[in-house]
Design a protein around this ligand. Structure first.
Ligand code: LIP
Length: 277
């Protein structure tokens, strides 16, 4: 990466951080006060007026500053076709962990990732409730509130705290895989945790507070930003069957070491292939 490219990414991340902080204020102001809570694919897949307002704000500000950049967002994904291009693309989850947000459970965040030439290069994940701002630029390290973060060097599954997710959609083959994989993992590691936000889960591994996370069924906006943050913190960020991460393939495995990633992948008994984004 040239110096000019890194400088360009620094400009993008500095702008994105300002947007994330404003989005965080919108989330805190609305917390516990949402009047419109709608079901999307099912009763556990919700969207509030805050999700929509934050995404509209972020899209508007990005288009004003960078009119030639592309945008992909969770709440506008159903009515627009989207695919990664070589152009700078802002991939946004305005409120990741919407169910947590609705319940005023503070494990939620705004997630702003930027891909360039189809690769994640900038990540911003901000939890305004816990006051945690995770940031990273490709090849430039990973930070929480400006302090460097790094994974905990755990090499064995039996010593690992593993984050799992029940997920929010009602795809039966995915739900069957969740139950089978939880049963396969339980009591073979230090513990399983299900916290409700992919972006925050991945940043939790990046900061060394958990050792691995995997999920089937998430989307590009759940992982684009935190994939950079975790990679720059020394994490292995791959597909659940250890191939390269494909942001559109709705599967991810994040681990603090190659050895742990391999053990976790091999312990999973089902790897459902879901409809690509
Ligand atoms: C959430 C993901 C989480 C998943 C939830 C939900 P949302 O994203 O971050 O990993 O398990 O079901 O999809 O919908 O709150 O932005």
């Amino acid at each position: 990466m040239t110096t000019d490219t890194t400088e360009q990414y620094r400009e993008w991340i500095n702008f994105g951080i300002q947007l994330a902080k404003r989005a965080g204020t919108m989330m805190v102001t609305a917390s516990g006060r949402n009047t419109s809570i709608e079901e999307k694919s099912c009763a556990t897949d919700l969207v509030t007026e805050t999700d929509k307002a934050v995404e509209a704000y972020l899209f508007s500000e990005i288009k004003k500053k960078y009119p030639h950049h592309k945008t992909i967002g969770e709440e506008s994904s159903s009515d627009t076709h989207y695919e990664l291009s070589d152009e700078a693309t802002w991939i946004i989850d305005p409120v990741d962990g919407t169910m947590n947000f609705v319940h005023t459970f503070d494990f939620c965040c705004v997630s702003i990732g930027i891909t360039h030439k189809k690769e994640p290069v900038v990540g911003i994940v901000y939890n305004p409730f816990l006051n945690k701002l995770f940031t990273a630029i490709k090849n430039c390290g990973s930070y929480c509130n400006g302090s460097p973060i790094h994974v905990r060097a755990t090499s064995s599954l039996k010593d690992a705290l593993v984050i799992v997710e029940m997920g929010s959609d009602n795809e039966n083959n995915r739900r069957d895989a969740v139950c089978a994989n939880v049963q396969a993992l339980a009591w073979k590691c230090h513990g399983l945790r299900a916290l409700g936000s992919a972006a925050m889960n991945i940043c939790t591994v990046a900061s060394g507070q958990a050792d691995a996370y995997f999920e089937f069924g998430l989307h590009c906006w759940d992982m684009a930003a935190s994939a950079v943050i975790a990679s720059e913190a020394g994490a292995v960020v791959v597909d659940t069957q250890l191939g390269p991460l494909d942001l559109m393939n709705r599967r991810i495995l994040v681990a603090s070491s190659e050895s742990l990633a391999k053990q976790l992948s091999q312990t999973l008994v089902l790897h459902p292939q879901l409809k690509r984004d």
